[in-house]
Design a protein around this ligand. Structure first.
Ligand SMILES: [Zn+2]
Length: 174
């Protein structure tokens, strides 16, 4: 039974599964024509929407941050959970999900001035409000571009890291 100090060995199947997942959501996202991954982004949206009222319980002013905070916090917690348990595959899965969520956040950020995206619940536009507070509304697409870059990097680097873990495993003859 693996323990915290003895990570589970990574199999080629596991690597292909995670890499395939990252590749699949990339293709689906591009093919959607709306930079949207069905099911996954709907789940992200549900978590996002739950974040606003929960943060709102503590601070009305910070409520606008709650959506993005929660949608990033969830995959981060999943990642942390698997990392702590020595599960490299679950860990990388979490990182891919986190990266994909950053793309979702970037998509919303880039809309701060144009307001082309449909808003759930018809409330205020999170990033119009946040960027206005910060005085950077004119830089919305630049910040979105950087955020998307982080997301893509994570989605590419995480499976690559797993590939390296598999190589190490197979070289050790485990
Ligand atoms: Zn929101």
């Amino acid at each position: 039974m693996p323990t915290d100090s003895a990570p589970r060995p990574v199999t080629l199947t596991a690597f292909l599964g995670v890499a395939g997942f990252a590749l699949l959501i990339t293709i689906v996202r591009f093919k959607s024509g709306q930079d949207w991954v069905p099911i996954l982004d709907s789940a992200n949206l549900v978590i996002h929407e739950a974040g606003h009222p929960i943060v709102g319980l503590f601070s009305h002013r910070l409520m606008v941050y709650g959506g993005t905070l929660f949608q990033l916090l969830f995959p981060a917690l999943v990642t942390f959970h698997f990392k702590r348990g020595g599960d490299a595959v679950g860990y990388v899965f979490g990182l891919v999900w986190l990266g994909e969520n950053l793309l979702n956040v970037a998509r919303y950020m880039a809309d701060a001035r144009t307001h082309l995206l449909p808003l759930v619940g018809g409330g205020e536009h999170d990033w119009s409000e946040i960027f206005s507070r910060w005085g950077v509304l004119d830089s919305d697409t630049a910040i979105a571009g950087f955020t998307a870059f982080l997301g893509w990097s994570l989605m590419a680097a995480a499976p690559a890291r797993l590939f390296k873990a598999w190589l190490d495993t197979s070289q050790n003859g485990v």
